[in-house]
Design a protein around this ligand. Structure first.
Ligand code: SF4
Length: 138
């Protein structure tokens, strides 16, 4: 009986140490992703057809964010309305001072949840301080 309890204790300690190690390693190797990628991906059709020349919608969203605009990029499935939404998401908050992105999004019929996220993007020093700093650098 004692042997079983000792074994369980040793395994518990090993599991706890492994969990702590994994947590620390995950913090060290954590990859920061631009939050605009999720927003762009959310407004794309999600067909993953490859018609844009990328492997799927997520890859296309990453390319749009990396390019910082939509020049030379197009989603033939979503067409111009989709690309207008992508352009709006990628427009720096400073450039949207006269026409807040959320209002634009609502006018264009965005999903309310996406419009809220865009509003957060357009609100200086709001939920995405890293994004604001990045936009100010560009
Ligand atoms: S063409 Fe549009 S729907 Fe098709 S993979 Fe590209 S972004 Fe997605």
């Amino acid at each position: 009986m004692n042997l079983i309890l000792i074994s369980m204790g040793v395994l518990g300690v090993v599991a706890l140490l492994a969990a702590i190690l994994l947590y620390v390693v995950s913090l060290y190797f954590k990859v920061e992703e631009d939050p605009r990628i999720d927003l762009v991906a959310a407004v794309l059709p999600g067909a993953n057809c490859g018609g844009c020349g990328f492997a799927g919608c997520r890859n296309f969203a990453e390319a749009c964010v990396k390019a910082g605009g939509i020049d030379g990029l197009a989603c033939p499935v979503g067409g111009d309305p989709t690309m207008e939404q992508v352009k709006l998401i990628l427009t720096p908050a400073d450039a949207q001072a006269e026409t807040p992105a959320a209002q634009e999004g609502e006018k264009k019929g965005f999903d309310p949840a996406i419009a809220e996220k865009i509003k957060a993007l357009a609100t200086p020093r709001a939920a995405f301080p890293n994004l604001i700093a990045m936009a100010q650098k560009s």
